[in-house]
Design a binder for this molecule. Sequence first.
Ligand SMILES: Cc1cc2nc3c(=O)[nH]c(=O)nc-3n(C[C@H](O)[C@H](O)[C@H](O)COP(=O)(O)OP(=O)(O)OC[C@H]3O[C@@H](n4cnc5c(N)ncnc54)[C@H](O)[C@@H]3O)c2cc1C
Ligand code: FES
Ligand code: FES
Length: 488
Amino acid sequence: MTDCIRFILNGKDVALRDVDPTATLLDFLRLDRRLTGTKEGCAEGDCGACTVLVGRLRDGGLRYETVNACIRFMGSLHATHVVTVEHLAAHDGTLHPVQQAMVDCHGSQCGFCTPGFVMSLYGLWLSNENPSRAEIEKALQGNLCRCTGYEPIVKAAELVSRTRPSALFDPLERDRTAISAKLWELKTGETIVIEKAGRRLIVPGTVAALADVLAAEPSATVVAGATDVGLWVTKQMRDLDPVVFINHLDELQAIETGPDGITLGAGVTYEHASARLRAEIPAIGRLIDRIGGQQVRNVGTIGGNIANGSPIGDMPPALIALGATITLRSASGKRVRPLEDYFIAYGKQDRRPGEFVESIFVPRPRDDQHFAVYKVSKRRDEDISALCGAFLLTRDEDKVSDIRIAFGGMAATPKRATAVEAALRGKPWTEATITAARPAFDDDYTPLTDWRASAEYRQLAAKNLLTRFFLEASGTPQELKRFAEEEA
Ligand SMILES: Cc1cc2nc3c(=O)[nH]c(=O)nc-3n(C[C@H](O)[C@H](O)[C@H](O)COP(=O)(O)OP(=O)(O)OC[C@H]3O[C@@H](n4cnc5c(N)ncnc54)[C@H](O)[C@@H]3O)c2cc1C
Ligand code: FES
Ligand code: FES
């Protein structure tokens, strides 16, 4: 056991013993280290002005990802390398090619968003030597600019992808071996406990230690990517105690492919899961592209999306339709539950004191099944769903032998449309059947009106999504394959 968080900030080692459990990286950078290049815009993970890179060891290598410093807690930084915009230029002031491209393409006016854009472009530059226009736009989904319009910034990304003077020019490529070695030294697997002003921050060294901590502290707040919990602090000003960090636990980050599906550790992030899920269940890959911005996908976990119990989380409807199960673990053992049974009522989940989500099993649709998920939101990028519907159809010739439908945004929890399913099961897969089944949505759901959509809109959109699914799923297997490829 230790009482110290250690990490590397740009080129310097940092060791902290005096850390509040909900202190943010943004405040540390700006107020403590006076690294004011990293800006605060929204303080809720939306605008990207606070973007920095965080490097961590994963799958045996050192991997840098863009994150929002405003909702990243200090307790999640042990054994990482934090890189801010100040680290990019050479010691003689020569700009990094990413910065120079922003100058050359006139990518900045008032400049407030610019450091965040530079860091997102830098993250892309490090990981992709020849990004397509779509990949550039995806990397910038989580950055907002009020001044320039995005075209000059996209042009800067295109220009800089062709500019790679030498590996030694780039500070991260130059120091990669030394930084990796240092991070391996810091990754001791020890549990960290820090108390400040009567509140505690706990970083368990192993999953077994996490189970013991939660057995002793069942009301502790578990923090994975903090893309939900961060806002409880920065927007709702909540005091949390104790806070238990799990994002570093390798045992929660395994992805295993079996004959029937994929098992995702609860700590697997959207970004980490996306390639595998895209290959196995393309519709889920496309859904992930519409969750948050890149900074959110880099740290936000599928386990967190489930555990928070939100009625408008995007993954639960898709996973429920697929028949996913979750494994809950505590110091006294494990239990496996169908995911749909985990959501009991608004704010109430089937999670016993001391339990945490350990993994999620996602069945792979069979060849005789057709699966689709549709997210409806006001903006295409970085927006929360008004509703999100998922459909898994099993056909026997032209009949519906089975169908599973689940929606988010239509009830107090993510919920199956059992009346609609019953109206379809055993019937011919025809437009007449669909038309007859549409009114059953009124039996399944009584949605709310809020700022995202009215109740009437939600109900009508849900019915129309069933019709869309029918039209899409009515083709031959070849047509369906082509459609899926075109969508991808
Ligand atoms: C800008 C922005 C955009 C977003 N866009 C979307 C979107 O498009 N769609 C969407 O669905 N969500 C969105 N979100 C919400 C959020 O990103 C997701 O819900 C995310 O999956 C949460 O994961 P996390 O690891 O960050 O969870 P955290 O914030 O760390 O935790 C969330 C909750 O889960 C609990 N928890 C986490 N892991 C475990 C575990 N293993 N066991 C038990 N409890 C656990 C925590 O205690 C907390 O109650 C967005 C958030 C932001 C800030
Ligand atoms: S300040 Fe807006 S994303 Fe962090
Ligand atoms: S340059 Fe002004 S907000 Fe982007």
